[in-house]
Design a protein around this ligand. Structure first.
Ligand code: HEM
Length: 243
């Protein structure tokens, strides 16, 4: 077994552990954060089903962003939809046999790589071109964009410029999942791609990318507009009242 294979195997086990444990902790932390006030942004739904639909619209079509800024919506939505397609296409490296729908979306997933890059380019340009956004942009804003662009470009390089042995990549990934480490091809774009993905997995629970689970915990979006019908009493506040 080459040192390179061992390095990436250890890196991926560590990254997976940090990603899962980090995300679990952050989600637990969000879930136990008090939401003492009733603050849904109105007009808001008045039932639980209505709230579920509202959150679903936020997740699928980025409704609030659409209302507030069409340009950010366009690039942001393009990036996220493309990312979803790209990730769905990647399922073929982690499953055997490959599901029919994963085979079906392969071509869409490939070209979504360009959608991802265009979306990211638009979002990044905004951080330079719009004065008030440039003013509040920090190094981490730029670094997360750079990381995602790097993953996208190295992936597209593999697909269109210098192909890698995708069967060997799949054998390596399945090997990791079954604790039976198999050799990893030593192609530069692949190694860059995998190293950047590992970095992404490690920083994800510490970064702004936490907005993905965070969206579900947003009180202005996940509360029903029913303060008259039901008194808003968080469980921790109810316990205080009993004392
Ligand atoms: C351990 C996880 C991953 C593995 C093993 C992996 C592997 C690969 C491989 C082998 C290709 C080349 C496809 C081909 O030649 O047909 C590729 C392409 C690509 N990857 Fe990944 N990748 C991983 C994670 C990711 C992630 C998390 C992203 C996005 C954030 C990503 C974005 C892309 C893009 C945009 C392409 C080019 C379009 C395509 O061929 O699908 N990859 N990846």
């Amino acid at each position: 077994m080459s040192t390179l294979t061992i390095f990436f195997a250890v890196l991926y086990y560590a990254a997976a552990l940090l990603l899962v444990a980090g995300l679990a902790y952050k989600i637990y932390d969000y879930a136990r954060t008090p939401a003492p006030l009733k603050i849904p942004t109105t007009p808001a739904p008045i039932t639980g089903t209505g709230v579920a639909l509202r959150v679903a619209r936020e997740v699928v079509v980025f409704e609030s962003l659409f209302k507030s800024n069409k340009w950010i919506w366009l690039f942001g939505w393009l990036f996220h939809v493309s990312l979803a397609l790209v990730l769905a296409r990647h399922l073929r490296y982690f499953t055997e046999p490959v599901a029919g729908w994963v085979t079906f979306i392969q071509p869409f997933g490939t070209y979504a790589g360009f959608g991802m890059a265009i979306g990211l380019a638009g979002l990044w340009a905004r951080r330079f071109l719009v004065d008030r956004v440039r003013y509040i942009s920090t190094a981490s804003d730029h670094l997360m964009l750079a990381l995602l662009v790097g993953i996208g470009v190295s992936g597209l390089m593999m697909k269109f410029v210098s192909p890698t042995d995708v069967v060997a990549v799949k054998t390596f990934m399945l090997g990791l999942m079954y604790f039976d480490v198999q050799p990893l091809p030593a192609d530069t774009p692949l190694l860059v791609h995998l190293a950047l993905v590992a970095i992404l997995m490690i920083v994800f629970p510490l970064s702004k990318l936490l907005h993905a689970p965070g969206l579900f915990f947003s009180p202005t979006r996940n509360q029903a507009d029913n303060p008259r019908e039901r008194r808003h009493l968080a469980p921790w506040a109810a316990r205080l009242e009993q004392k």
